[in-house]
Design a protein around this ligand. Structure first.
Ligand SMILES: [Zn+2]
Length: 379
């Protein structure tokens, strides 16, 4: 395990991933993105396949769904490839590197369409989910100026709104996803984004006809620094949630029980997999690594969206904003990286064991009933 697996840029991450996958004997495929990075470099989602082509069981490891968060997942993938060793029989691993390469290269959470990929996997044939809370504060989240009297007035109105509706409703309004403000935060899109279509191409090429598929989608930005929370979006007490607990034990938290700080009701990659593979046993976990506090995260996101709407993403004003968003989603410190690698490797190991039929050991349940409550307020 080595923190040298992490990279300082998308281009370096891609190079390291391709080198590590080649050294491990993986079959590579590139899905070229039509856009360019800020340095003019080319962009692609790369896949690496290890194991027999006809394996019935496949573990999928995804990095960079949220662009800039790809530093984390890429580091885990590169590190794991370096020490992967022999896989269990009838099992393959599919690594998807830089699911959203444009966001990774430009240090953004969103795609080239301005779209939050983890809100984009909705059924685009149906009316989009409403988020009237976001409508209420859209203009104040993204005023023409974030500083000076105009910015201060917007901040004051946001604070008043937050105090009026409460912390949870405010957080949901901002972050649960919205479909009306394409320049805004957590925009779900007006159709399937390039990265969404690319994921479906990968699913068609590699994942049809399998018996069991495990997925770990690596994210950052929510929770305590360096802690990796395994989040599931399955309905509580259903088979999917039970499988997630069999895979990853007691550390798994259930979004729909309000156990997690994440607040997505539809559109996450989880739902993309479920809709694309209705007849396959898919066990999907989102591994979310904590960084810095989430209000700081919102400030960096507002600044980044402001930059791409009103400013020049290649101009001098971009530098402090890009440095802030990079730090928020990629704490570039040895202790954070070590924690990420340890937990990432553990999650992969547990998933491979579970695909083989082993069940994670769980603590003895108590007789006290579960007291559901939102536990993100303290953060
Ligand atoms: Zn994320």
């Amino acid at each position: 395990m080595t923190i040298a697996a992490f990279s300082a840029s998308y281009a370096e991450a891609r190079e390291k991933f391709l080198a590590a996958a080649t050294a491990a004997g993986a079959a590579l495929e590139a899905y070229d993105n039509p856009n360019r990075g800020p340095d003019g470099g080319s962009l692609a989602t790369d896949t690496a396949w290890l194991g027999p082509d006809d394996a019935r069981r496949v573990l999928v490891l995804i990095s960079g769904t949220h662009g800039v968060e790809g530093f984390c997942g890429s580091g885990i993938q590169v590190d794991w490839l370096g020490g992967s060793g022999a896989l269990p029989a009838d099992t393959a691993v599919l690594l998807i590197h830089a699911m959203n390469p444009h966001g990774f290269a430009w240090l953004r959470r969103v795609t080239e369409e301005g779209c939050d990929l983890n809100r984009n996997h909705v059924d685009h044939g149906k009316p989009y989910p409403e988020n009237s809370g976001y409508d209420d504060i859209a203009d104040d989240l993204l005023p023409p100026s974030l500083t000076g009297p105009e910015g201060q007035a917007a901040d004051a109105r946001l604070l008043a709104y937050r105090e009026k509706v409460g912390e949870l409703a405010y957080y949901r309004a901002v972050a649960s996803g919205q479909f009306r403000h394409p320049d805004g935060l957590f925009f779900g899109g007006g159709g399937p984004a390039w990265a969404n279509r690319t994921l479906h191409r990968i699913i068609d090429a590699r994942l049809r006809g399998r018996s069991d598929i495990g997925v770990i989608d690596f994210h950052t930005g929510l929770g305590p620094f360096g802690y990796g929370e395994m989040i599931t979006d399955y309905d509580p007490d259903g088979e999917g949630a039970a499988r997630v607990r069999a895979f990853w034990g007691d550390s798994a938290t259930e979004m729909r029980k309000g156990q997690t700080v994440a607040q997505v009701t539809d559109g996450a990659t989880h739902y993309g997999f479920m809709r694309a593979l209705p007849d396959t046993r898919v066990t999907f976990g989102t591994l979310e690594f904590g960084t810095y506090d989430r209000l700081a995260g919102q400030r960096t996101l507002r600044a980044d969206h402001w930059l791409h709407k009103y400013g020049d993403p290649l101009g001098p004003e971009a530098r402090p904003i890009k440095a802030a968003i990079r730090r928020q989603y990629y704490p570039d410190t040895p202790d954070w990286k070590e924690a990420v690698l340890f937990r990432g490797d553990q999650a992969v190991r547990m998933a491979l064991a579970a695909l083989r039929g082993a069940s994670a050991r769980r603590g003895e349940p108590t007789s006290l009933p579960y007291q559901g409550r939102y536990n993100g307020d303290a953060r």
